[in-house]
Unconditional design. Sequence first.
Length: 493
Amino acid sequence: AATSIHGDGDKIALPPSVLETMTSNANDLDPWGSGRNGRPIAFRIGILNPDYAFPSSDKMRALVENARQEVISSEKIELAQKTSSASEFSNDGSTNEDMDDDEANDSQITEAYLDELSHRYLSYTHGTVVEFTQENECVGLPEPIARALLQPNSHSLVGGALSGRKNHIPMKRTVDPAPSAVKSDVANDESNVKSDANDAMDVDTPNNRNDMEDVDTSERTPGHPAYGLFDVPALPIEITPVNSLRPGNNCTFTPTASSIKNGFYSLKDVKSVLEQSLMRTRATLSRGDIIRTWRRGVSFDLIVSSLTPTEYGAVSCINTNLNVDIGPPEGEGDATSSDVGNDVLKPATKTTNPMGGGRLLSEPSSPTKSQGSMPSPIDAAVESIVLPPEPATNVKEGVCNIQIRGRTPSGNSAAGRRRFDTTTAIMSDLFAFASQVCDGLSPTAFRLVTRFPRRVFRVASSDGVGDDCFAANATLESAGIGQGQEMFMVETV
């Protein structure tokens, strides 16, 4: 059974009996990570599907059938060997072809295993343990873990299995047993005590604990009970140790619609926001997890949309350098996607700004510029560029979704997003797009920078290429801009 506990990350609470089992000689599992790789042991946390029966997934059924056929085939071979001379059969060692078959089989087994897990659980994620204080057959879940289990999304580990299920997962709220005794005492004395709206005892009654503002929040120690603060699953929870969760290399976060509405893309330092909420609170990340970050009292929810290594859809955040990318919002690229946040997300269009601030890149320089000044060769080249068409939305290979964030010459914030084919688009196309987003800011006046890890890109002038300078006709791919997503900040020089 699930209970609610305090905590902002992925650390659950388990019964002491689990610790005894883990540290026994038979298991030799270290929950605190003082062993080989210094990482605490992770746990798979899943809501069991009451209708599950093995095997349920198509891939697992196929794997079981293949295994059955192999057993039948091997039995026939053994029978044939017994009835024939041994010289007719070769007992040579395994060949390279056999080794390739073994690798293919391992891949098929992993895929079938993950596919079966998506049917075994209504939803599942991963976490570590904060303490062993729960009663037997109980697990304490912090709010982020409970939310991941109760609100699986399109990126979640159960994946496509969601489509064939009812979206509703039964939930409940835990109740503090102490207020019931307090309420009884109050009822016994009610005839002798006048009703007082400010009576402190009223705050502790269950009827008044529905509102989080009425609950005593003086102690929010991680792992301690958080009665009635949030919903937890009402179905059985299965906890499984995972002793070899691989360290993460890359993670892509997708902002939710509410985060965009709250101004996520206007934040000046996304890295600091993520570091405070991710590195300090998370030991694991699973695809579909929602990371809640705070900035000056405003919350921003980010969905973990992709991870590398990709095999199991979950990684460890301990003792690893995790590169973070910001992916496109949900539904971008779809003509019917939500209009929320379009004022900061949509790329600048190839039309003149009605307010007079923008212009076509192919048009001559703005009349406000000094007619006596001669544009640089780079400026002239960029102004004559018509951006290449964006790749089709169903094309992923070699395509990079690029986001530009900067400021216009007048100092206003500007942002745009566009898809480029990295094998054909060139650096002058990228800088032309950035110039367009920033209302005609001269390409010689800025450079493009990624934040984590920090990389700097400039278009080479007459001084030639080198270091962070690239030729205007160099492809994005040759400049190190590959398939996926990139966010560039416009830094004036």
